[in-house]
Design a protein around this ligand. Structure first.
Ligand code: SAH
Length: 298
């Protein structure tokens, strides 16, 4: 086809026909047909990098929980202090154990918030404030010689020989490990028991002085006679009554802290002290809501 027969070309537009955002309109070459106005709005599917960085810095908890996790943990410890946790050993344990290692990757952002989080199989990792309050109750038990005071021998730990019922993901067991001579922690769900094993293995890799924590797969309602008597017993699940085995396995001068059903069908936190003469003394420390204590294993 001879060039004169060609229709004037409209598309694609030549660069000089396109409106420049600053000039405010299309420039029309002299002697040619005016080009149609074209909208030049810029679409940005991704935010510019500097804005993304600014948004990241505004986040309450950092996204990359690596080297910066100590800072976030410190903020959690300060919140615990503001809530009345004052025992230096308890605060130190919370500052040391990386909670984010115990939750699923998708929940890592929430690891240092004061919230319980799902850990699989319908179970949850308990709220830091509740865990801290319960451990503090164990630490200040009346039968305790003041061995956690400055100048006391470092090999005597305030929780002594400690039994935990309901390992879950193993977070509380790791905290207890920093305060006890030995921790035995029992879980009735096999998959969670194995998960906790994996989590504590991971912890071993990052914490140089690894505490003595033994995980047992079994029914915690019968306690753990081979390692009894226990100076401290703590339960993370609540039943209709305290199992007799726990009371039997509590050493004189020892303390048990556990949720249990009250007369109105709710749950209360119960503290049982075994006095040096062997008698039991029970007190209540307020309403709580823990997962149910179930018998048998799965
Ligand atoms: N301390 C845990 C919280 C776990 S939730 C943590 O830090 O993640 C309570 C756990 O108690 C659940 O995993 C549940 O399976 C367990 N549990 C309930 N009844 C039990 C029993 N009879 N023996 C052992 N574990 C039990």
């Amino acid at each position: 086809m001879p060039p004169s027969d060609r229709k004037p070309r409209r598309f694609p537009l030549q660069l000089d026909q396109v409106a420049s955002p600053r000039s405010g309109g299309a420039r029309t070459p002299i002697g040619s047909t005016p080009a149609p106005r074209v909208s030049r709005e810029i679409l940005r599917p991704q935010a510019p990098l500097h804005l993304a960085e600014r948004d990241r810095q505004r986040q309450a908890t950092p996204q990359g929980l690596g080297l910066d996790s100590a800072q976030v943990r410190l903020r959690m410890v300060q919140r615990l202090q503001a809530d009345g946790i004052s025992h230096p050993g308890v605060l130190q344990a919370f500052a040391t154990v990386p909670r984010h290692l115990f939750v699923d990757t998708a929940l890592v952002n929430q690891a240092y918030e004061d919230t319980s989080l799902p850990i699989g199989l319908g179970q949850t990792i308990s709220k830091p404030s509740v865990v801290a309050a319960m451990i503090q109750l164990l630490c200040v038990r009346p039968g305790l010689p003041r061995s956690d005071m400055p100048g006391a021998p470092t090999n005597t730990k305030p929780l002594g020989n400690c039994l935990e019922i309901g390992t879950g993901c193993g977070y509380q067991a790791a905290l207890l490990g920093h305060l006890a001579r030995r921790v035995v922690s029992i879980e009735r769900l096999r998959d969670l028991h194995l998960k906790a094993r994996g989590n504590l293995e991971q912890l071993r890799a990052v914490l140089p002085a690894w505490p003595d924590v033994r995980l047992v797969y079994g029914d915690g309602m019968i306690g753990h006679a081979p390692a009894a008597p226990f100076d401290t017993i703590i339960a993370a699940a609540g039943g209709s009554a305290l199992p007799q085995a726990w009371l039997d396995q509590l050493a004189p001068g020892g303390r048990l802290v556990a949720p249990t059903e009250d007369e109105r069908g709710g749950q209360v936190l119960v503290i049982v002290d075994r006095l040096p003469d062997g008698r039991f003394q029970q007190t209540r420390a307020g309403a709580v809501l823990f997962v149910p204590l179930k018998s048998g294993t799965t």
